[in-house]
Design a protein around this ligand. Structure first.
Ligand code: VG1
Ligand code: CO
Length: 596
């Protein structure tokens, strides 16, 4: 086996963002581009000789080619063994699970998550450490530095390694073990949740109680916009948000009827996982899953489980004869969107509901040590933490900031407003885990999703919340908005807008309570004295232009107002955000691309 030492020149743009290095496929296809970054990872982490690595990805275009390159580089960088998901597939949570369970040195995950795939789409790569979590900033910064200094990389000259059948093969002295990508993960799920109860729920094995309201009593639904890829208009937002128009009460099946679910894998990595867990292990009918075959281009879709990009599922859950529960996951399987019949669960609320009901779930019934949420995520979870008498931590955006807290046993549940929820069972957010957590709660409480959420609001108050994304805007215009806000801090600190008085305004900084590391400039916050907030930050996962995210939150204690339309309730805050950022004037956009 011949080892080639290849002379290369550094690229200067290999800086990992919120979650790894993400670039257009054609950028990764440039000669030496992938190899440089992989060598920079290997040089930085300096694994001991003979170490084991996990390797897999979300199956997107270029996944298989990248796997071969990484295997051939690992073989000459001292690794003893690489565990590769069959076909090169491992969802992000499954990779985290395997790293932990098999106690490997770390893992490389190939994914650009929720970004579109295909030859003209995005590709990505990130390194996870031995705890199964995304490498912390000090490691990603060091990888970036190494990528700017690199002059050569090492790779063996060998035929491609077969990765489509389970078993071992040799690449020089290194063993390539092709593993079942689903098994370890499915077993972990079965250890956390009451599969028997969920099985009974999904197969009609239990009687649904108290179902008084039938579909026929519901007022007619407003039709959803039909065009693919539509932006959410306030019309849709109001459909999504008006519990008053939805079925109420308990699980609305007629007595004895089975509880119907629909899971949309969006032609991304969760298809095989969903089939094994929902169909094979939980007995759900085959039509409970859709778009379950992973495709390299995700079927041309945008594998981002939100109201805009998962419109096929949203239409089903808001349609006639809708299932009782709907969920979707993203490209690499770490995100989740939860829907009830004609009901959308805001991800910030979802975290709070899981926390408040965790005692009903076997894996969590012993109690939670604490909760963590990213700064832009609503404070709904904080209220649950307070009532449970446990701490709630506020971290910057990105799952890497939760790792230390979980490793130190300070938190059990973590969540982000961006459809990310997870726990210390692994060190990544976990889409199917969140779906199973919800199903476990539903199996125990025997109420509808809507009832569970509205009862939660009645008990804790409602953190009315929305995120507005302005995608793919010129970088200069986006930077201009951020600079303007920075320059306005002094005036804003004194400002009064109608009844809203600014209390604090800053760029969020975080000191990690475990290792003391400091992260600055994590998003502009404008906090008001009544607890409302506006947060503005730039996305760190996009690959074209810039994406500005505006996060809006107001607290509503009055139960009589909980059914009001979110966008209307947040209207005053939205207007302030648009005014102080000059967003419309500077970007020419009059509407967000996505509203959550
Ligand atoms: C986004 C989300 C963030 C999430 C990150 C990775 O980052 O806002 O909460 O952790 O994506 O998710 P940004 O920088 O674009 O706002 V995933 O599913 O791409 O691994
Ligand atoms: Co993802």
């Amino acid at each position: 086996m011949q080892v080639n030492t290849v002379t290369t020149r550094a690229f200067n743009d290999q800086q990992p963002g919120t979650s790894g290095l993400r670039k257009r496929v054609h950028v990764f296809q440039q000669a030496h581009y992938l190899e440089n970054f992989v060598q920079s990872i290997f040089d930085t982490i300096a694994a001991p000789p003979g170490a084991t690595l996990v390797l897999g990805g979300d199956g997107r275009y270029y996944n298989r080619e990248a796997i071969q390159v990484i295997l051939k580089m690992a073989a000459t960088n001292g690794y003893g063994r690489v565990l590769v998901g069959k076909g090169g597939i491992l969802s992000t949570p499954a990779a985290s699970c395997v790293i932990r369970k098999q106690q490997t040195y770390g893992g490389i995950i190939l994914s650009a998550s929720h970004n579109p795939g295909g030859p003209d789409g995005d590709f990505g790569i990130k390194y996870n450490t031995a705890n199964g979590g995304p490498a912390p900033e000090k490691i990603t910064d060091a990888i970036f530095s190494a990528s700017k200094r690199i002059t050569q990389y090492r790779i063996v000259d060998a035929a491609d390694i077969p990765i489509d059948a389970i078993g071992d093969s040799k690449l020089g002295d290194m063993t390539v073990s092709v593993i079942d990508p689903v098994n370890d993960y499915a077993e972990l799920m079965e250890s956390l949740f009451d599969f028997a109860a969920i099985h009974a729920l999904l197969t009609g094995g239990i009687t649904q109680s108290g179902a008084q309201t039938s579909d026929t009593e519901m007022p007619p639904l407003r039709p959803l916009p039909q065009s693919a890829g539509y932006a959410i208009t306030s019309d849709l937002a109001s459909v999504v948000d008006s519990p008053s128009r939805m079925a109420s009460g308990s699980i609305s099946n007629v007595s004895g009827a089975r509880f119907r679910i629909k899971f949309d894998a969006m032609h991304a990595v969760t298809g095989p996982y969903a089939r094994e867990i929902f169909i094979n292990r939980l007995g759900a009918p085959f039509d409970s899953i859709m778009n379950a075959v992973p495709l390299p281009d995700f079927g041309g879709g945008h594998p981002d489980p939100n109201l805009t990009y998962a419109h096929e599922l949203v239409a089903i859950l808001y349609g006639e004869n809708a299932p009782d529960f709907g969920a979707a996951s993203d490209g690499d399987g770490d995100r989740n969107m939860i829907l009830g019949k004609h009901f959308f669960v805001n991800p910030s609320d979802s975290l709070a509901v899981l926390a408040a009901n965790a005692h009903l779930v076997p894996g969590y019934k012993q109690g939670l040590s604490g909760i963590a949420r990213s700064m832009p995520t609503s404070a709904a979870a904080d209220r649950v933490a307070a009532s449970l008498g446990i701490p709630c931590y506020e971290t910057p955006t990105g799952w890497k900031f939760f790792g230390n807290l979980m490793d130190a046993g300070k938190v059990t549940l973590c969540g982000e407003e961006s459809f990310g929820t997870g726990s210390d069972h692994i060190r990544e957010k976990d889409g199917l885990w969140a779906v199973l957590f919800w199903l476990n709660i539903l199996a125990v409480r025997k109420q509808s999703v809507e009832t569970i959420v509205t009862e939660h609001w009645a008990r804790f108050g409602r953190n009315v919340y929305s995120r507005h994304d302005y995608e793919d805007i010129p970088t200069e215009a986006a930077n201009g908005v951020i600079k303007l806000l920075h320059d306005s801090f002094a005036q804003l600190k004194e400002a009064q807008f109608g009844h809203l008085q600014v209390k604090l305004c800053d760029d969020f900084s975080y000191v990690d309570p475990v290792d003391g590391s400091v992260s600055t400039d994590q998003g502009i916050r404008i906090l008001f004295t009544d607890g409302s907030r506006i947060v503005v930050r730039l996305s760190g996962t996009g690959t074209g232009g810039a994406t500005l995210r505006i996060y809006l939150e107001a607290f509503e204690p009055d139960v009589a107002k909980h059914h009001l339309d979110t966008q209307q309730s947040l209207g005053p805050l939205i207007n302030i955000a648009l005014k102080i950022s000059e967003l419309r004037e500077r970007t020419g956009r009059i509407q967000p691309t996505v509203i959550t």
